[in-house]
Each structure stands twice: as C-alpha cells, then as structure tokens.
Design a protein around this ligand. Structure first.
Ligand SMILES: [Zn+2]
Length: 70
C-alpha cells in the first residue's frame, strides 16, 4: 500500500482511496509526500499526531454518494 502524506493538514491518505473530497491536490507540492513505508507512517501517527484521512476511511460511503449523483 502506498500512502499520500499531507504535511499541511497532518493527514495520511491511502493512495487507492484518495479522491476529490480529500483535497490533497490543493495542498502545496512541497507539503505533500508519497511513501510506502509503514514504519514512517506509524511514526507520523505516534509521534507527530498525524491522522488517517476520514475521507479515505469512508471510501465505501463516498462511492455510494458518487453513484447517487450520477
Ligand atoms: Zn483522503
């Protein structure tokens, strides 16, 4: 699993779940980071108070909303 790290908002996105609701692309390039390291992600959560992105976690519900909009 690859992670997208948003250093501006202190959020950790999951690559496959990241969507428009995450607003990851609105974060400046130098505040974004991509990683495969579970150790690094764990450190960000434990020591730097980073949180898993709620939009990525509720991906299931998000896709249902998208379907309804279509
Ligand atoms: Zn996200």
């Amino acid at each position: 699993m690859t992670y997208f790290v948003d250093h501006l908002k202190k959020l950790i996105h999951r690559r496959h779940f990241t969507g428009d609701a995450c607003e990851f692309m609105s974060t400046p390039v130098d505040e974004r980071e991509f990683t495969d390291s579970h150790t690094y992600i764990h450190q960000l959560k434990e020591h730097n108070a980073y949180s898993p992105c709620p939009n990525c976690r509720s991906f299931q519900r998000l896709t249902e909303q998208v379907k309804l909009q279509d």
